[in-house]
Structures are given as structure tokens and as C-alpha cells.
Ligand binder design. Structure first.
Ligand code: NAP
Length: 259
């Protein structure tokens, strides 16, 4: 039995949609008060409305993770609304596809800016508050793409997701004396609004490549993040948890077909 997290305070960047929304919902179900972020007010409002009535409250701050001042504003809001900050889920991310021939410096900067720098900025902004909590938790949403696998069109995206893990390992060391853990969840293919827009046929093809026989849900990722946030995970830091239904396991298409 895990110690209750009821009353703890969390920030989930990119919590207005997709995986971040799923993390926010799982945390709120556990009684955690959550501040979600995103750049678009309408998406934040819709998510805040849909998650009303949970044991933990969910509120929003419209903000951009590429702006360190915005990140400080998010943290200040969480501290003001909930009396402190215990959990930071650095989740906001973008994944525009571009093969090498079309990959411009601007496209590289954009993906690295949101996915990597945005992760660093929100953690930096939260350092004092997480230290004060006495049991600070940082949970980064990385990906299997980059750290483990490749996907044509996503060389810059994969690099940004691997960069998060390079950051994590040293941040975990620097922050261990402050009793802050830093871990990452590496999702496989998760059903989000964006994936649903790709159509059922696309989703069926993707699911066929997963030994578990289904795509992941946002709550699959939320539950992994929740575990890292528990008191019982206090001795786990600098680690990664792949949540992919076994997607990275088959060594060939034949291996998958032989299941
Ligand atoms: P999504 O549905 O597109 O949601 C992305 C979230 O990030 C939105 O809330 C978005 O809100 C926010 N965001 C984007 N740029 C931002 C910025 N500059 N500042 C603040 N918020 C920003 O994407 P998702 O699929 O849930 O992905 C979430 C994370 O999971 C990403 O880090 C992604 O790399 C990772 N991931 C996803 C999958 C998957 O299968 N879906 C697999 C592996 C890893 P706004 O657009 O309003 O800013």
C-alpha cells in the first residue's frame, strides 16, 4: 500500500492535452492539487472543466515552457494556490516530422527549445519549492523514440528526447542531497487526440506492432508518473521506465509474427 499523496501540489507542463492531461487526471484522482500548463487558454479551460470534481483540484496557467519567466510564473502560481510544490511533471513536447533533407536550423531549434530547454527551465524554476517540500519529485516525459528507437522524420525529436535523459542523470545527482528525485517515463505509442486524428487504420497498424496488442492509454503513463511521485519511490532516482506494451522487444518482424 502506498502512502497517500492527497494534498500534495504538482505542476504538469503540457497538461492541457494528451499525455499531460492523463498525468493530471491520475494525480488529481490521487488527491494531488495540479496546475496544468499549455499555450492555449481554450484547451486549458476545457481540461480544467472536464477534471472538475476530482479529489485533487486542477487549475491552469497559460504559459510557454520555452520562456524561463513563464516557468517561474507557473511555479509561483502552484505555490500560491497550494502552499508549496512537491511534484513537477516536465511533459510539454512537440513532434513535427522533418526528414534530414528538409530539416532547417529553425526546426531543430524549435524542437530542442520546447522538448529539451523547456524541461530544464521548468525544473530550474521549481528548484527552491521542490527543495522546501523535503520530498521533491521530477518526472520527465521522454520517449522510446531517440533513447531506444528511431523513426524517419524524427531525428531532431529523437535527439531532444535523448537529451532529456542526459540532463536527468546529472540533475538527479545534483538534486539528491536536496531529497529531490528525477526520473523519466518513456512512452511507446499512446492514444491521444493527435493519434486518433491519424485514423483507425493507422492506429490498428501501430497496435499490431505491440506485443501487448494495443496502444497505450494516457493513464498508463499517468500511473507510471504517479509511482515515481510516491514516497515509496524515494530511493529511485536518475532512472527511466519504458511504458510501451513491449513494443521495443521484438528483434525482428518474424519474432513478432511468431508470438
Ligand atoms: P499533445 O497531445 O500534442 O500535447 C502536448 C502538450 O504540450 C499540450 O498540452 C500542448 O499545449 C503542450 N505544449 C506544446 N508546446 C508547448 C510549449 N512551448 N509550452 C507549453 N506547453 C506546450 O502531445 P502528447 O502526445 O500528449 O505528448 C506529450 C509528451 O509525451 C511529449 O513530451 C511527447 O514527446 C511525449 N510522448 C508522446 C508519445 C505519444 O504516443 N503520444 C509517445 C512518446 C512520448 P499547447 O499546444 O496549447 O501549448
Amino acid at each position: 500500500m502506498f502512502t497517500s499523496l492527497a494534498g500534495r501540489s504538482a505542476v504538469v507542463t503540457g497538461g492541457s492535452k494528451g499525455i499531460g492531461r492523463g498525468i493530471a487526471e491520475v494525480l488529481a484522482d490521487a488527491g494531488v492539487h495540479v496546475v496544468i500548463t499549455g499555450r492555449h487558454q481554450a484547451d486549458i479551460d476545457a481540461t480544467v472543466d472536464s477534471l472538475a470534481g476530482k479529489p485533487g483540484t486542477v487549475s491552469g496557467v497559460t504559459s510557454d515552457v520555452t520562456d524561463p519567466a513563464d516557468c517561474r510564473r507557473v511555479v509561483a502560481a502552484a505555490v500560491e494556490r497550494h502552499g508549496g510544490l512537491d511534484i513537477v511533471c516536465a511533459n510539454a513536447g512537440i513532434f513535427p516530422s522533418s526528414r534530414l533533407e528538409e530539416l532547417t536550423p529553425e526546426k531543430i531549434d524549435e524542437v530542442i527549445g520546447v522538448n529539451f530547454k523547456g524541461t530544464v527551465y521548468i525544473v530550474q524554476a521549481a528548484l527552491d519549492a521542490l527543495t522546501a517540500s523535503g520530498h521533491g519529485r521530477v518526472v520527465i516525459t521522454s520517449s522510446i523514440t531517440g533513447p531506444i528507437t528511431g523513426f524517419p522524420g524524427w531525428s531532431h525529436y529523437g535527439a531532444s528526447k535523448a537529451a532529456q535523459l542526459g540532463f536527468l542523470r546529472t540533475a538527479a545527482m545534483e538534486l539528491a542531497p536536496k531529497k529531490i528525485t528525477v526520473n523519466a517515463v518513456l512512452p511507446g505509442n499512446i492514444v491521444t487526440e493527435g493519434l486518433v486524428d491519424m485514423g483507425q487504420q493507422y492506429m490498428d497498424q501501430m497496435a499490431a506492432a505491440v506485443p501487448a496488442g494495443r496502444l497505450g492509454s494516457v493513464s498508463d503513463i499517468g500511473n507510471a508518473a504517479l509511482f515515481f511521485a510516491t514516497d515509496e519511490a524515494s530511493y529511485i532516482t536518475g532512472q527511466t521506465l519504458v511504458v510501451d506494451g513491449g513494443q521495443i522487444l521484438p528483434e525482428s518482424q518474424e519474432a513478432l509474427a511468431d508470438m
